[in-house]
Design a protein around this ligand. Structure first.
Ligand SMILES: [Fe+2]
Length: 368
């Protein structure tokens, strides 16, 4: 299968993966469906930026997810319950906290049981349900960073809870500010920036939520150089969970589609974040983060610095910049497989220039 951006979809192409939509992860379209003009129009209407398509040339490629759709759905359901409880009661019930802890615990066990802890898929996120899906992905990324840091299971669960609840204080911010399309006034911005404090005030009486989790929620908008909020903390003075949640939060926000902009590609988001090492992010943790997401997910069509076109066939957490690829063009090299991480090959000085996007012509060979 290969990932094809919306602009390059044509009637007759066959879906290789279900297209899920919304926070319930229900299938909008199922694998095996032949695309028609009206289906492509439906995808565009649902703001789907691209889908996985069957290709004889890449029929052997399997894209596996770190977290199965069913478990994602459970996480979202529990999170919605927790949000409802938070919104409608002054104090959070013990049963809600237990339910969310158990769910995150299941998530940690699930991720630990997987051989490859690398997000290797272009996940389609629906911006109408952004709050829940974003929180879930931040939770997953926090756990993955924790695994790279070799933290014990209890820490992974705490990190996951911190990621899942990091933005819950936004429920205490007026909706007209949250949903405002135009630029916020200084006063409105201050109210928005109060969401970490608000969450901690509300969650502090719950003794089942550890102080480390509360500190993480409070400091997820702090920046390593001291220019963040709410306290302007610097460097390692920012609590560990806050520094980790900041990485997960920024990456997922950039790679999610919003009503006002398209989603960034994984490679663009990572390039931006690498430029923020030691200003926004803790460099050591950033290095761990870089082992949790594939810059070029399997099935992505890429252009190389020598002008060749290839498809990514395998990633390794050890060297996410240089995956294994299968050449598509030029024709005399079609089908050759190159491990860019292998230092003993003639492609040593060849780099990946970029991923195929709306502007790049898609090689016809993929669809014959
Ligand atoms: Fe936030």
């Amino acid at each position: 299968m290969i990932y094809v951006p919306l602009k390059h979809l044509k009637p007759g192409m066959i879906l290789a993966r279900d297209v899920t939509c919304g926070s319930c992860f229900f299938s909008l379209l199922v694998a095996g469906q032949k695309l028609s003009s009206s289906i492509i129009a439906k995808l565009a209407k649902n703001n789907i930026q691209g889908v996985y398509i069957q290709s004889q040339f890449c029929g052997d490629l399997e894209v596996t997810e770190v977290v199965d759709s069913e478990l994602k759905q459970t996480v979202i359901t529990e999170l919605k319950h927790f949000y409802n409880d938070y919104a409608s009661h002054a104090t959070i019930s013990l049963s809600s906290i237990k339910a969310i802890s158990n769910t995150v615990n299941d998530l940690v066990n699930h991720i630990l049981s997987k051989e490859e802890c690398l997000i290797n898929i272009v996940d389609i996120k629906d911006y109408d349900t952004y709050t829940y899906t974003h929180s879930m992905y931040v939770c997953i990324l926090c756990i993955l960073i924790g695994i790279q840091q070799c933290y014990p299971k209890s820490t992974l669960t705490e990190l996951g809870i911190c990621g899942l609840l990091h933005d819950i204080g936004k429920l205490d911010v007026p909706l007209e500010i949250i949903n405002k399309k135009s630029v916020l006034t200084n006063e409105e911005f201050k109210v928005m920036q109060s969401h970490p404090d608000k969450a901690v005030v509300r969650l502090s009486p719950c003794h089942q939520i550890s102080s480390a989790v509360l500190k993480g929620i409070l400091t997820h908008h702090e920046k390593y150089n001291g220019t963040g909020y709410p306290q302007g903390l610097m460097g390692k003075n920012i609590p560990l969970y806050g520094r980790i949640t900041a990485l997960a939060d920024v990456y997922d926000a950039l790679t999610s589609q919003r009503s006002y902009r398209k989603a960034w590609s994984s490679s663009d988001a990572i390039e931006y974040m690498m430029g923020c090492a030691d200003t926004h992010f803790d460099f050591e943790l950033l290095q761990s983060f870089l082992k949790t997401v594939a810059i070029y997910p399997v099935g992505t069509v890429v252009e190389l610095s020598n002008g060749f076109i290839a498809v990514v066939i395998q990633n390794s957490a050890q060297n996410i910049l240089r995956p294994k690829i299968r050449l598509l063009l030029p024709q005399e090299h079609t089908g050759e497989e190159i491990d860019l991480a292998d230092t003993n090959n003639e492609y040593l000085n060849v780099t990946i220039k970029g991923v195929a996007d709306d502007e790049m012509a898609f090689p016809e060979i993929l669809f014959v």
